[in-house]
Design a protein around this ligand. Structure first.
Ligand SMILES: Nc1ncnc2c1ncn2[C@@H]1O[C@H](COP(=O)(O)OP(=O)(O)OP(=O)(O)O)[C@@H](O)[C@H]1O
Length: 677
């Protein structure tokens, strides 16, 4: 099958291309055969969008790649990385000041580090001058030997103590800066995690976990490092450049001008390089996030991967997703190589020009050997420091890119707050009303889930919602929990619009057992206590009481470590039925007024099923229950059955009423849907 996709080819070769596509059996062969026509296209400028896909396998990219290669002058040129480097975001003043503001809590550590840095840099900058002095002492033949030696001893003695001081200050600088860096990264991670966790569910629906993990781990580290180590290195380089330049002018302004003539063009190149790196860096972090997303999803669902024997495909997928990172790495490596090659060369040019003009000045007695040596060392120091400054600039750019991504998260106000709003002093009665609800998921605005939906659940009653798969039964539960807000209409709890109530208060009074409950990778006890507001106040007796009601106690007793048994990631070490029962205990420990039950569709074995069902029946008593029913027994026991169809509740009544209603929606559903008995 041939599907037109999107790739650029010339108008003239379109018939040839379509012809090939029709006749060749496999994509690979097609691509190979296509090389010939690509040759023809090489010179034409007349492109139009067309694409080719065969046997469901997109080959547009391959053809595009081939065209690029064939259109390039040298057919043997190595594969060029196909990466669009997004235009570098501007390095704005506000971004920089915001970046530096992150360092505020560490100001004392950073100030001490800067103090240490000034002293250690001064010591470093004293080396060339002192060396020049020592050389002059050695070369001054007029002085008698003893006098010269005494001077030498004195100068070296002073230098040694100064160097000890320099060493200590370097220790202080590195230590204070590193600690400040770690603390800033940690504080930033905390803030980012806090901002992530506070976002509403709809926001998470659109964001892959891997991407968020990347923001949390990698971006925060880049920023933390920039604010500590990079700033420290940058400051050191600045001090060295300023001090070195001053010393050069102090010793010989003429020679200084010769040596420093190269600095302005290098500085200009550094600015261009920095901008380029900023663009690549953002793109690189994005690609890394994409690759992490692929890895994270598959690693956390390894069971499914293995069950379908898809390890090789997943390795392929990962290689594909990481390829973009490598391509960007190529670009960065190229830019880095050009830049550092250039700065290295410039450094050496400084040294040669100083050596040449300085040599001339020494022979004409304008300059001593000692001064020339000092001068050369200062020139070398400046060369190294200019390199350091430019890498500081590029790192700063990198960190602004990372910081911007972090701010996107930190600056976002969640559409549904975690807390805030009315917090009634008494527990709710449990009267739930859905009024005129219109809703579509934020990630799929085009699909209307509910239109003018109405449902009333009286306190202490049990309503079973039935309806075809995908009709929105679980969505009803999500709206009550305020994971999403309706576009129109509202959900009321005891007459209060839940949007006016504190979401944490509402959730505190709702116990949820979902279709496939997720447990956390801690002990059974911790998982049950996760449902409690104040886990530390729950006594062992209360825990056992809840476990008995949820039919957890009997299987826990058989485990060697009892309640302390670790359940593995997502509760992987427990059976389906055991997981369900632990989830029931977790919902029950908060003694909720309202229960939201989403019955498991997957059949448990008879014994397990009985235990789960028994636990559910026990905990329903005295509570308002909204259950998404998949079992006949649940439907039969419900006070009211609500039939959901086409975004509305189309029928309501008890089992007998609905069963005997001529042409009723419930009867229709019973005909087509097999409820578990
Ligand atoms: N987070 C989401 N983002 C976008 N669409 C969603 C989301 N969750 C569910 N949907 C879509 O909303 C519709 C209703 O889903 P819901 O899970 O409420 O159905 P259901 O009646 O509970 O189905 P089932 O009986 O199969 O569990 C479905 O079409 C589903 O694809």
């Amino acid at each position: 099958m041939l599907i037109i996709y999107s790739v650029l080819i010339s108008k003239s070769s379109l018939p040839t291309l379509v012809n090939y596509a029709k006749n060749v059996p496999t994509t690979k062969y097609f691509v190979r055969s296509f090389k010939g026509s690509a040759e023809k296209v090489r010179k034409t400028q007349n492109y139009q969008p067309v694409s080719v896909r065969e046997s469901g396998e997109p080959i547009g990219n391959k053809i595009l790649e081939m065209f690029r290669r064939y259109n390039s002058k040298s057919p043997k040129s190595p594969e060029k990385p196909e990466v669009n480097v997004r235009k570098a975001p501007k390095l704005r003043k506000t971004d920089l000041s915001r970046l530096f503001a992150l360092a505020k809590p560490e100001k004392w550590r950073l100030t001490s580090a800067i103090g240490f840095l000034l002293v250690s840099s001064t010591v470093s900058m004293a080396v060339p001058f002192s060396l020049g002095k020592i050389l002059d002492i050695i070369y001054t033949k007029a002085e008698d030997f003893d006098k010269a030696k005494a001077k030498l001893n004195k100068v070296c003695g002073i230098l040694l103590s100064v160097f000890v001081l320099g060493g200590l200050c370097n220790f202080g600088r590195v230590y204070c800066m590193s600690i400040a860096g770690y603390r800033m990264t940690q504080a930033l991670r905390t803030k980012v995690f806090e901002s992530i966790v506070k976002q509403e569910q709809g926001w998470f629906d659109k964001r892959p976990t891997g991407e968020l993990i990347n923001r949390l781990s990698s971006d925060t580290q880049v920023v933390g490092q920039a604010l500590s180590q990079n700033i420290s290195d940058g400051l050191r380089s600045t001090v060295m450049v300023i001090a070195g330049t001053s010393m050069m002018f102090y010793m010989s302004p003429k020679l200084a001008l010769v040596g420093l003539a190269i600095v302005p063009p290098v500085a200009g190149a550094a600015v261009i390089y920095g901008r380029y790196v900023r663009g690549i860096s953002r793109k690189l972090q994005d690609s890394l996030a994409d690759a992490t997303k692929v890895a994270e999803e598959k690693i956390s669902n390894m069971r499914t991967v293995k069950a379908f024997a898809q390890e090789p495909r997943e390795i392929e997928n990962y290689i594909h997703s990481i390829k973009n990172v490598l391509n960007l790495g190529y670009l960065e490596a190229k830019a880095r190589a050009v830049f550092y090659g250039m700065t290295g060369f410039s450094g050496h040019v400084i040294i040669i020009s100083v050596l040449y003009y300085g040599g001339v000045m020494v022979t004409s007695n304008e300059l001593s050997i000692g001064h020339l040596s000092s001068f050369l060392l200062y020139a070398a120091y400046i060369g190294v420091s200019v390199g350091g400054l430019s890498s500081f600039y590029s790192e700063l750019n990198k960190s602004v890119g990372a910081a911007q991504r972090i701010w996107e998260i930190m600056d976002r106000t969640p559409a549904i707050p975690v807390t805030g709003g009315i917090r009634p002093v008494t527990d709710p009665e449990g009267h739930i009303e859905y009024k005129n609800i219109k809703f579509s998921y934020p990630s799929r605005k085009d699909i209307q889930i509910f239109k003018d939906l109405e449902l009333d659940i009286a306190p202490g009653k049990m309503v079973a919602v039935v309806g075809p798969s995908g009709s929105g039964k679980s969505t009803l539960a999500a709206l009550l929990l305020r994971l999403y807000d309706p576009e129109d209409g509202a959900v009321y709890l005891d007459g209060h619009n839940i949007q006016d109530l504190d979401p944490s208060w509402v959730r505190r009074h709702i116990g949820t057992v979902s279709q496939e409950p997720i447990l956390f990778s801690s002990s059974i006890k911790d998982n049950i206590l996760y449902g409690a507001d104040n886990p530390e106040t729950i006594t062992q007796d209360e825990l056992i009481q809840v476990s008995k009601e949820a039919n957890v106690h009997e299987f826990v007793q058989q485990l060697p470590e009892g309640f302390d048994t670790v359940v593995g990631e997502r509760g992987v070490m427990l059976s389906g039925g055991q997981k369900q029962r632990v989830a029931i205990a977790r919902a029950l420990i908060k003694n909720p007024k309202i229960l939201l039950l989403d019955e498991a569709t997957s059949a448990l074995d008879a014994q397990s099923e009985r235990l789960v069902q028994d636990a559910l029946e026990k905990i329903m008593k005295g509570r308002t229950v909204l259950t998404i029913a998949h079992r006949l027994s649940t439907i039969q026991n419900a006070d009211t059955i609500a039939v959901l169809r086409d975004g509305q509740i189309v029928e309501k009544g008890n089992y007998q009423e609905l069963l005997h209603k001529e042409n009723g929606a419930f009867r229709e559903l019973m005909k087509h849907q097999a409820f578990q008995s």
